[in-house]
Design a protein around this ligand. Sequence first.
Ligand code: ZN
Length: 174
Amino acid sequence: MALPIVVYGDPVLRRKAALIEEITPEIEQLASDMIDTMMKANNGVGLAAPQVGRSLRLFVLRDEILDDSGDYVFSSPEVVINPVFSNPSKKMETALEGCLSLPKIEVEVARPSNIHVRYQTLKGEFVEEDLKDFRARVFMHENDHLNGTLIIDRISSNERNRLDPFLRKIKIKR
Ligand code: ZN
């Protein structure tokens, strides 16, 4: 069941999310509802638990992969629990990012081009991965949500000022 998406201005987006100690049926249900929510949202490639009002270290994502005919398609949705990052590359890459909690806003965000991550799947298995490119970016964007950070915190103060009227509008509408 798709859930309502929390938008900018809600304090839950600024909170540091709690570790998931145990993968209960409630967590499984939350992950399944978050996948429905992400799939329903236009071009949603990732969604973190705080974006549906739950301050927990969990996010869902869809990767972009090349299919047999050379077109980019979405992979099946994945669930990431309690991610821990290490070894970010010194090399940074800049790309345009949007966020379901910041409707209609897109900004250029610089992030390390490679990073290592360790996380748990919904089955509780531990996974270690070296991330790069689009996948690394989605993981880092969603992980930011677990620490109360938004893309508008990763831009220059000039650009932030330019966005201020748009941000105020989101706050008023919510
Ligand atoms: Zn986001």
